[in-house]
Design a protein around this ligand. Structure first.
Ligand code: HAM
Length: 423
């Protein structure tokens, strides 16, 4: 039996990649002063139906009636949960709030490259500050996060846009307020649709697709100037491209919107976000009127991107190697010294080392084979020389005899010598 379409089994090698990725997510968020939170994976379906929190996601909900006759849905994204949680207790937190989450989301999507039905999403949101400085802080975090994986300006770019410019366009071209969502969805999908389809969908609005193309190609976005100046001051301007072609598919965005795109193998969105200044007020009937800006990125798209970019892949491989399941393997050369080996194993584990040894009697050659395949950097031979032991560094076969009592100190000095013993 296989997992359902769009769902994954994570074997240990997959989970090691996930841990590497999530570790970097958390580090990046914390460098910007963000604190972690989580909410439930199952929510009332109404949360996604309430004004503004829906958009295209409503058609992708995993929803059902539970045994208590409640209409519930697996969360397709975390932003509505974040908004719900903050509106409930917003007076308890000094503003602005910087919150991040690493959580599983579910969307009944058509399966395609990097798109799954169950995926892990990383979200960072800054709540309670409406300034371009807050936008810049969140976008910088996204750029730094991608850079921390060894990705550079040749690998990704952030396309930056402003929904306000599109609202001005709609006013100018007589698009009714109630039809704004529908219109923006067409713009959002335009890049992926054949031109005839765009033309057909735009016909009821009386707008030609050429008019849209013209607007995207030539419109200035003056509102972005302070944000761009902020990113320039941080030395991050080269990563950002103003581009009105981005509007984002979710209904709740109100101002600046952005998407990170992979540049190597076709332009694919890898992360997206923007400003949603009315969502919290709408969810709380006005009692928590807090502006917010944030982004989300999924694990599947990011892992695909790392595979495509040589520097990032080399960094990942090195990190996974350094994080091997076993650092030190005890080779028991003489069974009469098994209890000494057990003593040593526990002592080294107590010092924080990841230690392995054979559970049954085995030939010495086989034990060295296990040491290599488990990724150990050192083998320690316990045998007739006890209380002396022989330490072998597996990368260059360096050997040294030591009293076992001095081993812990020797190993930490070896780590200090920076020889592949990173934990
Ligand atoms: P989103 O654009 O729907 O935005 O998703 C953000 C990212 O989540 C995508 O760029 C992609 O990396 C990942 N993602 C989305 N759907 C899937 C899927 N089916 N399979 C794999 N990965 C996926 C949001 O979700 C907003 N809530 C982000 C946000 C936070 N805006 C403000 N704060």
């Amino acid at each position: 039996m296989k997992p359902l379409p769009g769902f994954r089994d994570l074997f240990p090698e997959d989970f090691a990649r996930r841990n590497y990725m999530v570790g970097k997510w958390r580090e990046a968020a914390r460098r910007y002063g963000f604190v972690e939170f989580d909410g439930p994976t199952l929510e009332s379906a109404e949360l996604y139906r309430k004004k503004n929190s829906g958009g295209e996601i409503l058609g992708q909900l995993y929803e059902f009636i539970d045994k208590g006759e409640r209409a519930v849905a697996l969360r397709p994204e975390v932003t509505p949960t974040l908004a719900r949680m903050i509106t409930a207790r917003h007076r308890d937190f000094p503003k602005p709030m910087r919150w991040f989450n690493v959580g599983t989301c579910f969307r009944y999507e058509r399966q395609q490259r990097g798109r799954l039905r169950e995926f892990l999403q990383f979200n960072c949101d800054l709540v309670g500050d409406a300034s371009p400085a807050a936008d810049a802080e969140v976008i910088s975090l996204l750029i730094d996060l991608l850079r921390s994986f060894g990705l550079g300006p040749e690998d990704f770019a952030i396309r930056l846009s402003d929904r306000a410019a599109w609202h001005d366009f709609m006013t100018l071209h007589g698009v009714e307020k109630e039809k704004a969502g529908e219109f923006l969805t067409i713009v959002d999908r335009m890049e992926k649709m054949p031109p005839e389809k765009t033309e057909e969908l735009l016909a009821p609005f009386g707008i030609a697709s050429a008019t849209l193309q013209e607007f995207i190609a030539h419109a200035e976005i003056p509102a972005l100037a302070p944000l761009l100046a902020d990113l320039e001051a941080r030395g991050l301007r080269e990563y950002v491209r103003p581009d009105l072609g981005v509007v984002r598919g979710l209904a709740y965005y109100t101002g600046v919107v952005f998407e990170a795109f992979a540049l190597r193998a076709g332009l694919r969105a890898i992360a997206g976000g923007g400003r949603y200044d009315r969502l919290l007020a709408d969810l709380s009937d006005g009692s928590a009127d807090l502006p917010a800006v944030g982004f989300g990125i999924g694990d599947a798209v990011l892992l695909e991107l790392l595979n495509e970019c040589p520097t990032a892949k080399a960094q990942e491989v090195a990190a996974l190697k350094a994080d091997a399941p076993v650092q030190i393997y005890l080779v028991i050369a003489d069974q009469t010294h098994r209890s000494n080996a057990l003593f040593l194993a526990q002592q080294l584990r107590g010092e924080g080392w990841r230690v392995g040894f054979p559970l049954a009697q085995e030939k010495v050659g086989k034990q060295f084979g296990s040491a290599e395949s488990l990724g150990a950097s050192h083998a320690i031979v316990v045998g007739a020389e006890w209380p002396e032991v022989k330490v072998k560094r597996l990368s260059d076969r360096m050997e040294q005899e030591l009293d076992h009592a001095t081993l812990a100190v020797w190993l930490s000095e070896e780590e200090g010598r920076n020889l592949k013993l990173e934990t």
